[in-house]
Design a binder for this molecule. Sequence first.
Ligand code: EPZ
Length: 421
Amino acid sequence: MDKLVVTGGARLAGEVTISGAKNAALPILCASLLSAEPLRLTNVPALNDIGTMLKLLAQMGVKVERAGAEVTLNAGALSNPVAPYELVKTMRASILVLGPLVARCGEASVSLPGGCAIGARPVDQHIKGLQSMGAEVGVEHGYVVAKVGRLKGARLFTDMVTVTGTENLMMAACLADGETVIENAAREPEVVDLAQCLISMGAQISGAGTDLIRIRGVEKLRAASHRIMPDRIETGTFLCAAAITGGEIRLLGTSTGYLDAVVDKLLDAGCEITGEKTAKQESIHIIAPPRLKAVSIRTAPYPAFPTDMQAQFMAINAVADGTAVIRETIFENRFMHAVEMQRLGADIKIDGNTAVMKGVEKLQGATVMATDLRASASLVVAGLVAEGETHIERIYHLDRGYANIEAKLNALGANIKRERA
Ligand code: EPZ
């Protein structure tokens, strides 16, 4: 398995272009299943998860054409409404084909995603919502099996805020008979980006971005084009990389608009951050102080502090002045990066879903292991300032969600080598 060797010490400087958002692209690729006409997407990120999703859709009969960041999908001749375990086990977001398949084909057989490092990740809310819309949904031999003539509009309430749950049910409702209301809906920007794509396909949706989304079902959807929004978590990750190294960088093709909670915390830590807009594009300019102030965070659904940025803030707090408390409220096991950071010399005490950190003068490079996507990113961020070399193993996690992160960081002055094992 590949590993990254990060040599610490560089102060990042220069410009980086942010890619399209993984967590917007994945549901939007699945939205192509709802229509018999082509869906043309631009700004699609070059990530392993995107490749996996395209493979999954192609084996269902979707015609896929890809040229760089442009992807055109045509689900005119769906032949196989099945998402097999071999593909689903490598990418949990495959569950996002369930809603569209049931809505379009009246049936679906989708392997249960199973848990992952950060938690059990059940999909009971996805199932409950489809059942409320009239589908017969059961679990047979590890597969979610669903059948229905035509889904009926319903009033849905999810027990907790679920991003892909909201996305699955919103997509299913687009072709249902009548109106669907989703209460306690996720408000993430990626849900809004999906809704905008569906509306351009002819769906009738209002309220996306609020906790109450209304969808009036239509008979069919039409051809459309959509540009994927910028990746706010990649944006936040590069802001943290600049912050921890006392650097000054410009992030192109992205904006602070989707990251207020993260930007506020970086301002509290002592950074200067400004959003810029030219005729060509939006960008963010960050200037970091030589040493950050520790900042406490508590993760929660959007617009609060995103759980996908928690690990990166554990890295910056490791070498900041003072004590910080990190509270993870979304996933039950999202502190695995903490033990790896302790190997680098971080002072972290874990108690359940709370981590108490005391900034140290310096981290020392060591060999560490990536356990999940954002944990891997946090170890790269920590490695940028650790003394000597940090060897990060199992970086296949990283490649799932970051398009050639080492090339982008090296262009900003970092010293990172990828070693093929
Ligand atoms: C999405 O996962 C993201 N993935 C995650 O990003 C992100 O961390 C998460 O939302 C929270 O923001 C994609 O969008 C592809 P949830 P999702 O359903 O939808 C519980 C990354 O790093 N729950 O919002 O799977 C669940 O266990 C990934 O890019 C149920 O109990 O998360 C969790 O505790 C990691 N039953 C909480 O709700 C359900 O049916 C929120 O999960 C659904 C969820």
